[in-house]
Design a binder for this molecule. Sequence first.
Ligand code: DGY
Length: 327
Amino acid sequence: MESQELPYVLVDCIGGRLGVYEDHLGFLKKRFHLITMKEYLENKTFLSKKIRAIYVWYHKPAITEELLQSLPNLKVVASAGVGIDHLDLKLLSSYGVKVSNTPFIVTTDTADMGMALLLASSRRLVEGHEMAVSPDTEYFPVDWLGAEVSGATLGILGMGKIGYKVAERAKAFEMKILYHNRNQRKKEEESAVGAVYCKKIDDLLRQSDFVLLAVNLTPQTHKLIGKRELELMKPTATLINISRGLIVDQDALVEALQNKVIKAAALDVTYPEPLPRDHPLLKLKNVIITPHIGSATKKTRWVMMEEMAESIEAGLAGLPVPREVLP
Ligand SMILES: O=C(O)[C@H](O)CO
Protein backbone atom coordinates (compact mmCIF):
# COMPACT_ATOMS: atom_id res chain seq x y z
CA MET A 1 0.00 0.00 0.00
CA GLU A 2 1.22 3.46 -0.92
CA SER A 3 1.04 4.93 2.59
CA GLN A 4 3.53 2.28 3.82
CA GLU A 5 6.13 3.61 1.42
CA LEU A 6 5.86 7.12 2.74
CA PRO A 7 8.58 8.23 5.14
CA TYR A 8 7.73 7.82 8.80
CA VAL A 9 7.65 11.17 10.61
CA LEU A 10 7.23 11.58 14.32
CA VAL A 11 4.85 14.30 15.60
CA ASP A 12 3.69 15.09 19.09
CA CYS A 13 0.50 16.06 20.82
CA ILE A 14 0.00 19.42 22.44
CA GLY A 15 -2.60 19.66 25.17
CA GLY A 16 -3.90 16.18 24.32
CA ARG A 17 -4.37 17.05 20.62
CA LEU A 18 -2.12 16.28 17.69
CA GLY A 19 0.29 19.21 17.33
CA VAL A 20 -0.78 19.72 13.73
CA TYR A 21 -3.70 21.77 12.43
CA GLU A 22 -6.64 19.70 11.18
CA ASP A 23 -6.48 21.31 7.75
CA HIS A 24 -2.75 20.59 7.44
CA LEU A 25 -3.30 16.89 8.02
CA GLY A 26 -4.42 16.01 4.49
CA PHE A 27 -1.35 17.68 3.01
CA LEU A 28 1.01 16.00 5.46
CA LYS A 29 -0.56 12.57 5.21
CA LYS A 30 -0.08 12.57 1.42
CA ARG A 31 3.66 12.92 2.02
CA PHE A 32 4.37 11.23 5.31
CA HIS A 33 3.32 8.41 7.50
CA LEU A 34 2.68 10.45 10.64
CA ILE A 35 3.41 8.66 13.90
CA THR A 36 2.41 10.26 17.16
CA MET A 37 4.69 10.10 20.16
CA LYS A 38 2.09 7.91 21.86
CA GLU A 39 2.04 5.45 18.95
CA TYR A 40 5.80 5.43 18.91
CA LEU A 41 6.06 4.65 22.61
CA GLU A 42 3.48 1.88 22.30
CA ASN A 43 5.29 0.21 19.42
CA LYS A 44 8.86 1.29 19.92
CA THR A 45 10.57 -1.87 18.69
CA PHE A 46 9.03 -1.64 15.22
CA LEU A 47 8.83 2.14 14.87
CA SER A 48 12.23 3.18 16.17
CA LYS A 49 13.91 1.91 12.99
CA LYS A 50 11.21 3.35 10.74
CA ILE A 51 11.18 6.97 11.87
CA ARG A 52 13.32 9.18 9.64
CA ALA A 53 12.19 12.68 10.55
CA ILE A 54 10.62 14.63 13.39
CA TYR A 55 8.11 17.41 12.93
CA VAL A 56 8.63 19.80 15.85
CA TRP A 57 5.64 22.02 16.33
CA TYR A 58 5.87 24.47 19.17
CA HIS A 59 8.89 22.81 20.72
CA LYS A 60 7.29 19.37 20.83
CA PRO A 61 8.37 16.62 20.97
CA ALA A 62 11.38 17.43 23.13
CA ILE A 63 14.42 16.08 21.32
CA THR A 64 16.43 14.43 24.06
CA GLU A 65 19.56 12.35 23.72
CA GLU A 66 17.48 9.36 24.77
CA LEU A 67 15.11 9.94 21.86
CA LEU A 68 18.00 10.37 19.44
CA GLN A 69 19.60 7.15 20.65
CA SER A 70 16.37 5.29 20.05
CA LEU A 71 15.94 6.51 16.45
CA PRO A 72 18.89 5.13 14.44
CA ASN A 73 17.50 6.21 11.08
CA LEU A 74 16.57 9.76 12.01
CA LYS A 75 17.83 12.19 9.37
CA VAL A 76 15.91 15.46 9.71
CA VAL A 77 14.30 17.55 12.42
CA ALA A 78 12.02 20.25 11.00
CA SER A 79 11.14 22.86 13.61
CA ALA A 80 8.33 25.38 13.30
CA GLY A 81 9.17 29.05 13.77
CA VAL A 82 12.41 30.94 14.01
CA GLY A 83 13.59 30.21 17.57
CA ILE A 84 15.74 27.09 17.93
CA ASP A 85 16.51 27.45 21.64
CA HIS A 86 14.66 24.17 22.31
CA LEU A 87 17.09 22.23 20.12
CA ASP A 88 20.62 21.15 20.95
CA LEU A 89 22.15 21.66 17.52
CA LYS A 90 25.54 20.18 18.39
CA LEU A 91 23.93 17.07 19.80
CA LEU A 92 21.70 16.67 16.75
CA SER A 93 24.64 17.14 14.45
CA SER A 94 26.64 14.52 16.37
CA TYR A 95 23.84 12.08 15.50
CA GLY A 96 24.06 13.14 11.83
CA VAL A 97 20.65 14.82 12.00
CA LYS A 98 19.96 17.94 9.93
CA VAL A 99 17.81 20.68 11.39
CA SER A 100 15.63 23.23 9.64
CA ASN A 101 13.33 26.02 10.85
CA THR A 102 11.00 28.55 9.23
CA PRO A 103 12.72 31.85 9.99
CA PHE A 104 11.37 34.15 7.28
CA ILE A 105 7.65 33.58 7.12
CA VAL A 106 7.04 34.37 10.80
CA THR A 107 8.57 37.86 10.67
CA THR A 108 5.60 40.02 9.71
CA ASP A 109 2.98 38.36 11.87
CA THR A 110 5.23 38.34 14.90
CA ALA A 111 5.97 42.03 14.41
CA ASP A 112 2.23 42.68 14.08
CA MET A 113 1.75 40.84 17.36
CA GLY A 114 4.32 43.12 19.00
CA MET A 115 2.40 46.18 17.83
CA ALA A 116 -0.91 44.61 18.81
CA LEU A 117 0.37 44.06 22.35
CA LEU A 118 1.82 47.56 22.49
CA LEU A 119 -1.47 49.12 21.41
CA ALA A 120 -3.62 46.84 23.55
CA SER A 121 -1.57 47.59 26.62
CA SER A 122 -1.23 51.33 26.09
CA ARG A 123 -4.95 51.76 25.40
CA ARG A 124 -6.03 49.19 28.00
CA LEU A 125 -8.02 47.13 25.52
CA VAL A 126 -8.32 44.01 27.63
CA GLU A 127 -9.36 45.82 30.80
CA GLY A 128 -11.71 48.00 28.76
CA HIS A 129 -13.29 45.00 27.07
CA GLU A 130 -13.79 43.26 30.41
CA MET A 131 -15.44 46.36 31.79
CA ALA A 132 -17.59 46.93 28.71
CA VAL A 133 -19.00 43.37 28.72
CA SER A 134 -19.31 42.99 32.47
CA PRO A 135 -22.94 42.93 33.64
CA ASP A 136 -22.19 44.64 36.92
CA THR A 137 -19.66 47.37 36.18
CA GLU A 138 -20.87 50.87 35.66
CA TYR A 139 -19.86 52.06 32.19
CA PHE A 140 -17.86 55.16 32.91
CA PRO A 141 -15.36 56.08 30.18
CA VAL A 142 -13.81 58.95 32.14
CA ASP A 143 -11.65 56.45 34.06
CA TRP A 144 -10.04 54.92 31.01
CA LEU A 145 -6.95 56.98 30.42
CA GLY A 146 -4.21 55.19 28.54
CA ALA A 147 -0.75 56.14 27.34
CA GLU A 148 -0.12 57.89 24.03
CA VAL A 149 1.60 55.82 21.39
CA SER A 150 2.30 58.52 18.87
CA GLY A 151 5.32 60.53 20.00
CA ALA A 152 6.29 57.91 22.60
CA THR A 153 9.70 56.23 22.54
CA LEU A 154 9.90 52.57 21.65
CA GLY A 155 13.09 50.73 22.61
CA ILE A 156 13.59 47.55 20.61
CA LEU A 157 15.98 45.01 22.07
CA GLY A 158 17.08 42.77 19.23
CA MET A 159 16.99 44.36 15.78
CA GLY A 160 16.87 41.23 13.70
CA LYS A 161 14.19 40.63 11.09
CA ILE A 162 11.31 40.82 13.56
CA GLY A 163 12.69 43.79 15.49
CA TYR A 164 13.16 45.70 12.26
CA LYS A 165 9.60 44.94 11.11
CA VAL A 166 8.35 46.26 14.44
CA ALA A 167 10.36 49.43 13.81
CA GLU A 168 8.73 49.85 10.39
CA ARG A 169 5.33 49.61 12.01
CA ALA A 170 6.25 51.90 14.90
CA LYS A 171 7.44 54.52 12.43
CA ALA A 172 3.96 54.59 10.91
CA PHE A 173 2.63 55.20 14.43
CA GLU A 174 4.95 58.19 14.68
CA MET A 175 6.99 56.70 17.49
CA LYS A 176 10.58 57.56 18.28
CA ILE A 177 12.64 54.42 17.92
CA LEU A 178 15.72 53.34 19.85
CA TYR A 179 17.29 49.96 19.41
CA HIS A 180 20.03 47.76 20.76
CA ASN A 181 21.49 44.88 18.82
CA ARG A 182 24.74 42.93 18.85
CA ASN A 183 25.59 44.63 15.58
CA GLN A 184 24.55 48.10 14.61
CA ARG A 185 22.35 48.17 11.51
CA LYS A 186 23.53 49.95 8.35
CA LYS A 187 22.98 53.71 8.36
CA GLU A 188 20.47 53.48 5.51
CA GLU A 189 18.47 50.83 7.38
CA GLU A 190 18.44 52.99 10.49
CA SER A 191 17.33 56.10 8.65
CA ALA A 192 14.61 54.22 6.73
CA VAL A 193 12.77 53.70 10.04
CA GLY A 194 14.30 56.59 11.98
CA ALA A 195 15.90 54.23 14.51
CA VAL A 196 18.70 55.37 16.79
CA TYR A 197 21.25 52.82 17.99
CA CYS A 198 21.94 52.50 21.72
CA LYS A 199 25.26 50.82 22.29
CA LYS A 200 24.30 50.23 25.90
CA ILE A 201 21.07 48.48 26.79
CA ASP A 202 20.85 50.62 29.93
CA ASP A 203 20.51 53.80 27.85
CA LEU A 204 17.64 52.27 25.90
CA LEU A 205 15.92 51.13 29.09
CA ARG A 206 16.19 54.55 30.71
CA GLN A 207 14.73 56.43 27.77
CA SER A 208 11.96 54.17 26.46
CA ASP A 209 8.23 54.37 27.13
CA PHE A 210 7.82 50.91 25.64
CA VAL A 211 10.56 48.29 25.69
CA LEU A 212 9.99 45.48 23.21
CA LEU A 213 12.00 42.26 23.38
CA ALA A 214 12.76 40.64 20.05
CA VAL A 215 16.06 38.91 20.86
CA ASN A 216 16.77 35.21 20.42
CA LEU A 217 17.06 33.17 23.58
CA THR A 218 20.72 32.24 24.07
CA PRO A 219 22.86 31.80 27.19
CA GLN A 220 23.75 35.50 26.77
CA THR A 221 20.14 36.71 26.68
CA HIS A 222 18.80 34.35 29.36
CA LYS A 223 17.16 36.64 31.98
CA LEU A 224 18.58 39.67 30.20
CA ILE A 225 15.84 41.71 31.85
CA GLY A 226 16.08 41.31 35.60
CA LYS A 227 15.48 43.44 38.69
CA ARG A 228 18.29 45.86 37.85
CA GLU A 229 17.08 46.41 34.28
CA LEU A 230 13.46 46.82 35.35
CA GLU A 231 14.55 49.42 37.86
CA LEU A 232 16.28 51.35 35.09
CA MET A 233 13.02 51.58 33.16
CA LYS A 234 10.64 54.51 33.61
CA PRO A 235 7.84 53.93 36.14
CA THR A 236 5.49 54.79 33.26
CA ALA A 237 7.04 52.24 30.90
CA THR A 238 5.61 49.03 29.49
CA LEU A 239 7.56 45.85 28.76
CA ILE A 240 6.49 43.86 25.71
CA ASN A 241 7.87 40.38 25.08
CA ILE A 242 7.39 38.58 21.77
CA SER A 243 10.52 36.42 21.89
CA ARG A 244 10.91 33.95 24.76
CA GLY A 245 9.73 34.01 28.36
CA LEU A 246 13.19 33.21 29.64
CA ILE A 247 14.59 36.52 28.40
CA VAL A 248 12.91 38.03 31.47
CA ASP A 249 13.41 37.15 35.11
CA GLN A 250 9.73 36.55 35.71
CA ASP A 251 9.88 36.81 39.51
CA ALA A 252 11.57 40.19 39.19
CA LEU A 253 8.91 41.22 36.69
CA VAL A 254 6.08 40.27 39.05
CA GLU A 255 7.71 42.30 41.81
CA ALA A 256 8.28 45.27 39.52
CA LEU A 257 4.66 45.24 38.37
CA GLN A 258 3.29 44.81 41.88
CA ASN A 259 5.45 47.64 43.21
CA LYS A 260 4.82 49.91 40.22
CA VAL A 261 8.50 49.95 39.29
CA ILE A 262 7.18 49.77 35.74
CA LYS A 263 3.65 50.43 34.61
CA ALA A 264 2.64 47.36 32.64
CA ALA A 265 3.68 44.28 30.71
CA ALA A 266 2.30 42.65 27.58
CA LEU A 267 3.62 39.16 27.05
CA ASP A 268 3.10 36.70 24.24
CA VAL A 269 5.62 34.42 25.88
CA THR A 270 6.14 33.31 29.46
CA TYR A 271 7.96 30.65 31.36
CA PRO A 272 6.52 28.05 31.51
CA GLU A 273 3.78 28.11 28.89
CA PRO A 274 1.06 28.08 29.95
CA LEU A 275 1.70 29.62 33.36
CA PRO A 276 0.31 27.69 36.34
CA ARG A 277 -3.21 28.96 36.99
CA ASP A 278 -2.22 30.42 40.33
CA HIS A 279 0.76 32.35 38.96
CA PRO A 280 0.86 35.95 40.26
CA LEU A 281 1.23 37.36 36.72
CA LEU A 282 -2.28 36.12 35.94
CA LYS A 283 -3.71 38.19 38.77
CA LEU A 284 -2.30 41.56 37.77
CA LYS A 285 -4.50 44.09 36.03
CA ASN A 286 -1.54 45.76 34.36
CA VAL A 287 -0.57 42.62 32.47
CA ILE A 288 -1.78 41.23 29.17
CA ILE A 289 -0.82 37.67 28.33
CA THR A 290 -1.41 35.87 25.06
CA PRO A 291 -0.61 32.18 24.45
CA HIS A 292 2.52 32.42 22.24
CA ILE A 293 0.62 33.28 19.09
CA GLY A 294 3.08 35.62 17.37
CA SER A 295 2.98 33.74 14.08
CA ALA A 296 -0.53 32.34 14.43
CA THR A 297 -2.28 33.44 11.28
CA LYS A 298 -3.83 31.03 8.84
CA LYS A 299 -1.51 31.79 5.95
CA THR A 300 1.70 31.88 7.94
CA ARG A 301 0.97 28.65 9.75
CA TRP A 302 0.19 26.99 6.43
CA VAL A 303 3.46 28.16 4.89
CA MET A 304 5.37 27.05 8.00
CA MET A 305 3.91 23.58 7.64
CA GLU A 306 4.72 23.47 3.90
CA GLU A 307 8.27 24.62 4.53
CA MET A 308 8.77 21.99 7.21
CA ALA A 309 7.49 19.28 4.87
CA GLU A 310 9.78 20.56 2.11
CA SER A 311 12.82 20.44 4.41
CA ILE A 312 12.01 16.90 5.51
CA GLU A 313 11.59 15.70 1.94
CA ALA A 314 14.81 17.33 0.77
CA GLY A 315 16.78 15.99 3.74
CA LEU A 316 15.48 12.46 3.22
CA ALA A 317 16.32 12.64 -0.48
CA GLY A 318 19.90 13.62 0.40
CA LEU A 319 19.43 17.11 -1.06
CA PRO A 320 20.45 20.38 0.60
CA VAL A 321 17.92 21.09 3.33
CA PRO A 322 16.11 24.40 2.75
CA ARG A 323 16.50 26.73 5.73
CA GLU A 324 18.98 24.38 7.36
CA VAL A 325 20.17 25.60 10.77
CA LEU A 326 23.83 24.82 11.32
CA PRO A 327 25.24 24.24 14.80
O1 DGY B 1 10.22 31.05 17.28
C1 DGY B 1 9.13 31.23 16.76
O2 DGY B 1 8.99 31.55 15.59
C2 DGY B 1 7.89 31.03 17.55
O3 DGY B 1 7.99 31.67 18.77
C3 DGY B 1 7.60 29.57 17.74
O4 DGY B 1 8.55 28.97 18.50
